[in-house]
Design a protein around this ligand. Structure first.
Ligand code: 5AD
Ligand code: SF4
Length: 443
């Protein structure tokens, strides 16, 4: 690799989950600390960080085509490949793509600044360590953020669902310490955050010791954050059914700032498929769990993840998934075709499902989920609720924000980004709701 001047501008492109968005923001802060500035819209950046996702199909191919695009017409930006593809296929990327100067895994990106110095000297570097000392201690203070901010509280996964790469790319489950999280949350609020979404691959497995030295689960952290006066809303994602504690369920009925929304992936409605997935819950135990949330918070909006076409999934087993959907009536959900991930047990299982069958199942599942999403939105018409204003809308004088149930709401009137306003939900569509501004509650 040739030597180059140290990069002055950067662009971080994050793919995939919200944890990657969080990591991407933190990488931006690290680069900012190094004196670099974000490249202006439409301008080439000196350093490009591709913060990749490996969860589903063609992840690596996407990286190579992005690299091809970035180096078109003889351009030679410094390129860093970060995220889960870096972790899983870093060496291969280095071999195949001489334009890549750095490969850095999700647990090592705090070392990015040193790697950039090396790359400027012409030395390529790969760092996919999962260091015992946590990267979070090495990251700079949070900077200015928008009204809705992410906070990673837990990382990694010990569940080993048979289809999933996360336990391999993100490593074992770790919980960040209580005190560090309260401090980071305070800084986010001081920088303008009014809503914090607590993130983790198994966020409800978070555990720690509170300020008094008592051990606590996620509910204790939520309650501590709810005491921050300027923080209006708390959310968390993604949860695993098996880590749901009584205390956390109860918190949904006790903590006003905890929003009435739960993302709880189920993946399939068939017990045989769930077993083959190593999910260690059944359709029935999942439904019972949701029932308990509805008891303490009757208006809770439910969301889930689904995989269709897991190896061996029969027509009847897929029908069980549709049955579960009919029973739950999700407010929102995410559904995917099964994608064999290299190195996972399911990739080698017999009975891989034909693409056309998966396509058809996905279409049917999505039709049912869309039907329920629209029904949920329609049932909200006439409700009066708070909306946290996140940005300007497409039209002049229009604002966009989220309802407590995570619906996108747009309305017109006097408001500013970061305001919490009272809105009547007037007209629901499948993906958003037109609201009527009633009054401002807090700025
Ligand atoms: N194929 C398809 N979907 C997957 N997911 C995870 N791994 C795979 C895979 N190999 C989905 C699951 C998970 C979500 C984040 O991505 O539904 O909950
Ligand atoms: Fe993947 Fe399962 Fe862990 Fe979720 S719980 S990250 S699907 S292994």
């Amino acid at each position: 690799m040739r030597q180059s001047a140290p990069p002055k501008t950067y662009r971080v492109k994050s793919f995939g989950c919200q944890m990657n968005v969080y990591d991407g923001e933190r990488m931006g802060e690290l680069l900012g600390d190094k004196g670099m500035t974000p490249a202006a819209e439409g301008e080439d950046a000196d350093l490009i960080v591709l913060n990749t996702c490996h969860i589903r199909e063609k992840a690596a191919e996407k990286v190579y085509s992005d690299i091809g695009r970035l180096t078109k017409n003889g351009k030679q930006p410094m390129i860093a490949v970060a995220g889960c593809v870096a972790q899983a296929e870093g060496e291969e990327i280095m071999k195949r793509s001489p334009a890549v100067g750095m490969v850095v895994g999700p647990q090592a990106y705090h070392r990015l600044p040193d790697m950039i110095d090396k790359a400027a000297r012409g030395e390529r570097a790969t760092d996919t360590d999962m260091p015992a000392e946590t990267k979070f201690d090495a990251l700079p203070r949070r900077r200015k953020v928008g009204p809705s901010a992410f906070l990673t509280i837990q990382e990694g996964c010990d569940k080993f669902c048979t289809y999933c790469v996360v336990p391999y790319t993100r490593g074992a489950e770790i919980s960040r310490p209580f005190a560090d999280l309260v401090t980071e949350a305070e800084r986010l609020v001081a920088s303008g955050a009014r809503e914090i979404t607590l993130l983790g691959q198994n966020v409800n497995a978070w555990s720690g010791e509170d300020a008094k030295g008592n051990s606590t689960g996620l509910e204790g952290l939520i309650k501590a954050l709810a005491a921050l006066p300027d923080l209006q809303r708390i959310r968390y994602t993604t949860s695993h059914p098996n880590d749901m504690s009584d205390a956390l369920i109860a918190a949904h009925g006790e903590v006003e700032k905890l929003m009435p929304y739960l993302h709880l992936p189920v993946q399939s409605g068939s017990d045989r498929v769930l077993k083959a997935m190593n999910r260690s819950h059944t359709a029935e135990s999942y439904l019972k769990l949701l029932e308990r949330f509805r008891e303490v918070r009757p208006d809770i909006a439910l969301s889930g993840d689904f995989i269709v076409g897991f190896p061996g999934e029969s027509d009847a087993e897929f029908e069980d998934t549709l049955k579960l959907v009919d029973e739950v009536r999700y407010a929102q959900a995410f559904s995917f075709k099964y994608s064999p991930r290299p190195g996972t047990p399911a990739a080698g299982m017999e009975g891989q499902i034909a693409r056309e069958v998966m396509d058809e199942r996905l279409q049917r599942l999505q039709a049912a989920l869309n039907r329920d999403q629209l029904a949920f939105n329609r049932a909200s018409e006439g409700k009066i609720c708070d909306v946290l204003v996140e940005r300007k809308g497409k039209h002049p004088g229009q604002w966009l924000g989220k309802s407590p149930w995570l619906q996108s709401v747009f309305f017109e009137g006097e408001a500013q980004i970061g305001d919490l306003v009272q809105v009547e939900l007037a007209e629901a569509g499948p993906n958003s709701i037109r609201g009527r501004l009633l009054e401002k509650i807090a700025a």
